[in-house]
Design a binder for this molecule. Structure first.
Ligand code: FAD
Length: 337
C-alpha cells in the first residue's frame, strides 16, 4: 500500500533506522554529497545504546576508550550536525515497494510515502515499541494523561506525576521531572531498582515519593475532575489496594523490538536476519542493509562493525546511482568545503 507522498523530494538514499549504524551511514552519505532521508520510528535517535543502555559504558569503539550509550548518541548527533539531511522521527516504515517505471523506491511510513533511489535498512533488531500496561484502559488517556515517552518536559510542569518502572530510564525521569512537577511519585514492583547506583543515590536524596513494591492495576479518569486520573495500585503479595489521583502517569517499562515486518518486504531472510553481499547488498536492487539486522560469514553484532558497514553500503549505492562520478575514498580532507 503506497500512501500520500510526504513531500516532492526524491532522495538518493533513505536510511531506515536511526541507531548507530543508520546515524553514521547518514553522516557518511552526507559527506559524499548524497540527498539523504533518515527515518526513525522512535521520537529520538540513538537506537539500542540510547534506548536500552543509556548509562552503561561501551569500551570497544575505536578512539573512544570509554563512553556511555547516551554520550555515544550525543557524539553521533554532533557529527550529523556537520552534514545536511532530512530527519523523520516518530516515523515507522511499514513497507517498501519498487516503482520500476520511475526507477525508484517508495517507502510507506506511518506518516506518508517517502521516495528514494536507494535504501539502506539499518533497523537493528526491529522497531522498538514501549512495553505497555497490560490491562485494558480507555485509549483516550494515551498521550494526554498517560504517556510512554517524554516528548517535552514542560508538559509535566506544575503537575502531580506518577512514574512507573524500576530501570535507569524510570529512575532518571523521576529525578528530572521532580525538578518541574508539583509532586512526583515513583512506583516499582520491587524494593530494589535496576538502575545505576549513582542514580539511586540521587533518587534517595530527592523529594520523589517512592512507592514499592506496588504494581499498577488500573487507570481511569477521575469521576469528579476529568482532567485528572485515578491510578489503582496493588501491594505485591497482598490484596491491599490503594488509589492515587494525579495529572499524569509516565510508564517506563522498557522496550520490545520486532523485525517480523521484513517478511512482507520481499527481501531474502536468513532467520530474522538479512543476508548481504560484501558490499552490503540485499537481493533487491539498490536496497542495502547494515548493522545488527544483517548476517554474513564472520558478522559481529557490534557498533564497530555497524560503523564500518555504513560507508561500504553508501559507496556501493553511489557507484550504482552515479556511475560516471569520480571517486576519492581514501581521505575525507578532500570533502572539506
Ligand atoms: C545491553 C546491551 C549492551 C551492548 N553493549 C555493547 C557494547 O558494549 N559494545 C558494542 O559494540 N555493542 C554493544 N551492544 C550492541 C550494539 O548496541 C548494537 O550492535 C548496535 O546498537 C547496532 O546498531 P544498529 O544501528 O544496527 O541497530 P539499533 O541500535 O537497534 O538501531 C536500530 C534503529 O532502527 C529503528 N527502527 C527499527 N525498525 C524501524 C522501522 N520499521 N522504521 C523506522 N525505524 C525503525 C529502531 O527504533 C532503532 O532506533 C549492546 C547491546 C545491548 C542490548
Amino acid at each position: 500500500m503506497v500512501t500520500k507522498n510526504m513531500n516532492d523530494k526524491i532522495y538518493d538514499i533513505s536510511i531506515i533506522g536511526g541507531g548507530p549504524a543508520g546515524m553514521f551511514a547518514t553522516y557518511y552519505a552526507g559527506l559524499r554529497n548524497l540527498k539523504v532521508a533518515l527515518i526513525e520510528s522512535l521520537p529520538k535517535l540513538g537506537g539500542q545504546p540510547e534506548t536500552l543502555y543509556a548509562q552503561k559504558h561501551i569500551y570497544d569503539v575505536a578512539a573512544l576508550p570509554k563512553i556511555s550509550g547516551t554520550n555515544l548518541t550525543d557524539q553521533l548527533t554532533k557529527q550529523l550536525e556537520i552534514t545536511s539531511f532530512d530527519k523523520y522521527l516518530s516515523t515507522s516504515v511499514s513497507s517498501i515497494e519498487e516503482n520500476k517505471k520511475k526507477n525508484l523506491w517508495e517507502l510507506t511510513t506511518s506518516k506518508g510515502t517517502i521516495r528514494s533511489k536507494a535504501i539502506i535498512i539499518a533497523i537493528g533488531n526491529g522497531a522498538f515499541k514501549p512495553r505497555k500496561l497490560t490491562f485494558d484502559y480507555d485509549e483516550t488517556l494515551e498521550n494526554n494523561n498517560l504517556s510512554y515517552f517524554v516528548n517535552n518536559i514542560e508538559d509535566f510542569r506544575g503537575k502531580d506525576v506518577i512514574v512507573a518502572g524500576g530501570g535507569d530510564s524510570a529512575v532518571d525521569w523521576a529525578i528530572d521531572l521532580d525538578k518541574v512537577t508539583n509532586h512526583t511519585s515513583l512506583i516499582h514492583r520491587r524494593n530494589k531498582y535496576r538502575a545505576m547506583e549513582s542514580s539511586v543515590q540521587k533518587l534517595n536524596d530527592s523529594d520523589v515519593e517512592q512507592l514499592n513494591p506496588y504494581i499498577i492495576k488500573g487507570i481511569n479518569y477521575n469521576p469528579n475532575n476529568h482532567e485528572k486520573i485515578d491510578v489503582t495500585l496493588k501491594l505485591i503479595k497482598s490484596d491491599e489496594l490503594k488509589t492515587i489521583t494525579a495529572d499524569k502517569l509516565l510508564v517506563n517499562y522498557g522496550f520490545v523490538s520486532d523485525s517480523r515486518i521484513l517478511k512482507d518486504w520481499n527481501i531474502d531472510l536468513n532467520g530474522p536476519f538479512i543476508p548481504v553481499s560484501r558490499e552490503m547488498e540485499t537481493n533487491l536492487p539498490n536496497v542495502f542493509a547494515i548493522g545488527d539486522i544483517v548476517t554474513y560469514p564472520g558478522k559481529l553484532q557490534l557498533i564497530a562493525t555497524a560503523f564500518a558497514e555504513g560507508p561500504i553500503a553508501v559507496t556501493k549505492a553511489l557507484r550504482n546511482l552515479y556511475p560516471d562520478k569520480d571517486y576519492f575514498e581514501h581521505s575525507t580532507s578532500i570533502f572539506e568545503k
